[in-house]
Design a binder for this molecule. Sequence first.
Ligand SMILES: [Zn+2]
Ligand SMILES: [Zn+2]
Length: 111
Amino acid sequence: MEDPTNIDESVAVCPICESNLKKGERIHSAVFPGENERIVYVYGCPYCYKKINSYKFNIDKLDPKKVKKRACPVCSGRLKENDYLIGKMWDTEVKTHLRVIGCIKCRKHNN
Ligand SMILES: [Zn+2]
Ligand SMILES: [Zn+2]
């Protein structure tokens, strides 16, 4: 696997918890290299993914009630702390697009 990287800031809504991301708040993801369309694993944003600790915004300092629920937008299943979504990412001239195709649970049944 590639080193974890971050999706472009133009992805403004977290697909896992639906938080609106402010400038500088990024979705933690792992992108697999490809020509144009890349496979991407989406782990979450600073509001729902605790392992993000390189950000100014540290979720561990939040009230636990404020930690957002993590769910798959495709099957609505709850995602555990380390679960991730699988998506496809591609670039156009204006922005980087991300389309979620499922989580590790619902993708198993579709393969
Ligand atoms: Zn999130
Ligand atoms: Zn799912």
